[in-house]
Ligand binder design. Structure first.
Ligand SMILES: Nc1nc2c(ncn2[C@@H]2O[C@H](COP(=O)(O)OP(=O)(O)OP(=O)(O)O)[C@@H](O)[C@H]2O)c(=O)[nH]1
Ligand SMILES: [Mg+2]
Length: 372
């Protein structure tokens, strides 16, 4: 294979050079804009650099539709990215399967109730390491005491509850302004949950609540919050940039609880997460709650928790419990983040579909609700 670099004024000229020197079968490996000439790089003209290869041994292919070389390069790198993603998924799958396989082999000698426990926890999509931890705990209980089947399940429920550190869902301090920020991926239910809590604290607890929309990114986000504010007759302020924080907080100085809605963002959008971080640093909240939908793919939840870590969230809100029947993700997220769950939501109704999270409720959900 021959590899050569060409520099030209524009892409057409560069491709012409490639084709006339290396032939029509040449492959473009890379194109980029560079600056050449000028004094110390000043007044330099932008150029195009193309790296191409010829004499590449290739499988015969069906004829391609005419397309420019740079489009083909783009397609190739997208294809490569897709293949890389597929390989990673297969790797993860194999890792999980082999961990499960090893444990199933290892657990063949387990007494019957523990095999059943294993099956139940696996079908709840609980992380393999948590399943092993729970079963090992049960094994030692069984070694000490004779437990019948129902006692095994009761013991398991206790063990799950013990894994969950429960604190006040919102640590409301009297005589100070409590500021709670809600963060999380797009569409998980941040604004809806915030509205449910605003209603709860205003109508049930008689607190003076103010709302802040720090999401001016998504069309309609501010209006959505204003609608809830109007219904509850509570103030709604908007933050366009971190510098707005002092004056906005000042306008809400008589509110005992300020709930701040942030923009939803992909865990891969580092820039957006940084923006939310600067906002949080200005707000100096008393608490940050991370909102997670239980419909999230089990594998993605770790990425999400990891990417948002720099926002220093302390509590987790789990939403959309009504949209699945598998709840292992709740325990996986709690164990991974070492955070307390604060609220669980199971429906779109404001303010009804929300409840305070508890260890026994989460254990019930993981173990298949009221089946046991
Ligand atoms: N089924 C169900 N739907 C919910 C729940 N919570 C919120 N939703 C719905 O989820 C959708 C998105 O809710 P939002 O509150 O706008 O979500 P968000 O996280 O603020 O979204 P962005 O601001 O766009 O990131 C809406 O249709 C809500 O009604 C829940 O517990 N169960
Ligand atoms: Mg929102």
């Amino acid at each position: 294979m021959r590899i050569k670099t060409y520099v030209a004024d524009n892409i057409q000229e560069a491709l012409y050079k490639v084709k006339s020197e290396l032939g029509r079968d040449a492959i473009i490996l890379q194109t980029r804009q560079i600056k050449k000439g000028g004094l110390l790089g000043l007044f330099s003209k932008p150029k195009v650099e193309v790296i191409a290869a010829s004499d590449v041994v290739r499988e015969p292919k069906p004829p391609l539709r005419p397309a420019s070389f740079d489009v083909l390069v783009g397609e190739k790198s997208r294809e490569l990215e897709n293949i890389r993603n597929d390989i990673n998924e297969v790797k993860d799958l194999l890792k999980n399967l082999s961990a499960r396989e090893i444990y199933v082999k290892h657990s063949e000698n387990l007494p019957q109730p523990l095999n059943e426990v294993y099956e139940e926890l696996s079908s709840a999509e609980l992380d393999q390491s948590l399943i092993e931890r729970l079963i090992d705990g049960l094994k030692s209980e069984l070694a000490e005491k004779e437990l019948d089947k129902s006692q095994v399940w009761a013991c398991l429920k206790n063990k799950i509850s013990e894994m969950i550190k429960i604190t006040e869902p919102i640590d409301f301090a009297e005589n100070q302004q409590n500021k709670v920020v809600f963060v999380g991926p797009t569409g998980v239910g941040k604004t809806t949950t915030l509205a449910k809590l605003a209603a709860l604290f205003t109508l049930n607890f008689g607190k003076k609540v103010g709302l802040v929309a720090a999401d001016t990114f998504r069309v309609g986000a501010v209006e959505q919050l204003k609608t809830y504010g109007d219904l509850l007759e509570i103030p709604v302020e908007v933050i366009f940039e971190p510098a707005d924080v002092p004056k906005v907080m000042n306008r809400l100085s008589d509110c005992e609880l300020v709930l701040v809605d942030t923009m939803g963002t992909s865990p891969r959008n580092k820039l957006q997460i940084k923006k939310i971080k600067s906002l949080i640093e200005m707000i100096k909240p008393t608490e940050v709650h991370m909102v997670i939908s239980v419909t999230t793919k089990a594998k993605d939840v770790y990425d999400i928790l990891e990417s948002y870590k720099e926002l220093n969230y302390q509590k987790l809100i789990f939403t959309k419990l009504d949209e699945t029947k598998t709840y292992g993700l709740i325990l996986n997220a709690i164990a991974f983040s070492n955070c307390s769950p604060s609220y669980l939501t199971a429906g779109q109704n404001v303010p009804d579909d929300i409840e305070v999270a508890s260890g026994s409720k989460i254990a019930d959900l993981v173990l298949g609700g009221c089946r046991r």
